[in-house]
Design a protein around this ligand. Structure first.
Ligand code: F6R
Length: 246
């Protein structure tokens, strides 16, 4: 696992965007796995700037997002579908037919989850998977549990995730309690994983992910066995990692 410590959030975002732009060159029709949340916003903005300058082209890019809330329609401003269009897709030359998000309106539809998984495989797998890190150590919405779940599935969100994500809603009671998420196996199949980590509230999870044992209670720890992971963190999040007793 390669760990790059950037001096601040903006630098982390620039490095993240550069790595993503480079991955677009690796295949004629590249496949990106994408994340939502606060952490990648600066990276999406940096990619938008690169696109405006003519440095990147998304016309052949296909994307698969990690997760979507259950019960929110794509038109709902709180859906991850809306987030991705607002933050990224509307501003670049990607074709809507190349954009995929998990089927958040399908509730407990195993077939729809399987179809999502199959679509990724049919696209040739993910070249670069962008990840954030949950304060509880989750990746996508694979929450701390007593086992790893391999494939795209329905999940009940952890209390900490609901509390962490309440900042995006007018009222905490509006945060959906369930989501459809790619599984740990879906993520681990990506050829390259790029994780962005920012802020003091991620210190402990980042430390455990890299230095702790591999265990489903800290889902991100599984990345220790992936052959190609690049973690780009800001100094705040990395401080425990490099402290005297870390
Ligand atoms: C989002 C996702 C989540 C977030 C994580 C960190 O699609 O899959 O795992 O990456 O919760 O969220 P932020 O970046 O808001 O701290």
């Amino acid at each position: 696992m390669e760990v790059i410590v950037a001096s601040n959030y903006d630098k982390m975002s620039e490095i993240g965007a550069t790595i993503m732009a480079a991955s677009l060159q690796t295949r004629a029709r590249p496949v990106l796995g994408l994340a939502t949340g606060s952490t990648p916003i600066g990276t999406y903005q940096a990619l938008r700037r690169m696109y405006k300058k003519g440095l990147v082209d998304f016309s052949q890019t296909r994307t698969f997002n990690l997760d979507e809330y259950v019960g929110l329609s794509p038109e709902d401003p709180q859906s991850y579908y809306a987030f991705m269009y607002d933050q990224f897709f509307t501003h670049i030359n990607i074709s809507p037919s190349n954009i995929h998000l998990p089927p958040g309106q399908m509730e407990e539809d195993d077939q729809a989850c399987l179809a999502y998984e199959n679509m990724i495989d049919q696209a040739g797998g993910i070249d670069l998977q962008l990840l954030g890190l949950g304060g509880n150590g989750h990746i996508a919405f694979n929450e701390p549990a007593d086992h790893f779940t391999a494939k795209t599935h329905l999940v009940t969100l952890d209390e900490r995730t609901i509390a962490d994500n309440a900042r995006f809603f007018d009222d905490p009671s509006q945060v959906p309690r369930q989501a459809i998420t790619m599984g740990i196996g879906s993520i681990m199949k990506a050829r390259h994983i790029l994780m962005l980590v920012s802020g003091q509230n991620k210190q402990e999870a980042l430390y455990q992910m890299i230095k702790g044992p591999i265990r489903p209670q800290l889902p991100a720890s599984i990345l220790q066995v992936h052959p190609r992971v690049t973690v780009v963190t800001d100094q705040e999040a990395a401080s425990q990692l490099f402290s005297a007793d870390g």
